[in-house]
Design a protein around this ligand. Sequence first.
Ligand code: MG
Length: 224
Amino acid sequence: MKQRMSVVENILSANDQLAEENRSRLEAAGIYTLNLMASPGAGKTSLIEHTIKHLNGKLHLAVIDGDIATSIDADRAVAAGAEAVQINTGGECHLDAVMLQGALNQLELTKFDLLLVENVGNLVCPAAFKLGTHQNVLIASIPEGDDKPYKYPTMYRGVDALVINKIDLLPYIDFDMQYFQRGVELLNPGLVTFPLSCSTGEGLQTWFDWLEERVSDFNPAANL
Ligand code: MG
């Protein structure tokens, strides 16, 4: 057991080193990068599509999509107007720093102001692997239920912002927002939160404004 633990620790520390290298490349290129995490079906790709459509023309945006299989998500990002690279993990339930490095190699980084990395849909594994991105964003959604912060504390603890998608479904689903937010507050006090709906558009503007502010704080030369 002890041996197994040290193997796991070594893998994670090798990953962390490479994540730092990724971060240095992103810094040097002046590209602000978000790691978007969520369970399958929470709306990562829909949020990315809306974000591309809104910010296109204001800044240069690239997307890296992680999925176990297919290029469906990268195709959607390209159709929405961004450059996109698809990573197929071939069964791995998360992205890691090596995979991100490979995807970064396929982009001309200095061309972009903002990079959105869509992690594999999973609330457990992605939380353990740093990629080198600037901030971690979790996308929760109403149909998942209000108990998820309590059941997946590591994920909720490790993020810098929280999107609550599909708020248009609140009248139809037994979801206690106060109970949900109490759980979030216990794990991650003061976490910036964006309740929104990708299908009605409600709340999206606040998310876009926050994102634009992050990009211009990071790189005042970005074309906003
Ligand atoms: Mg997706």
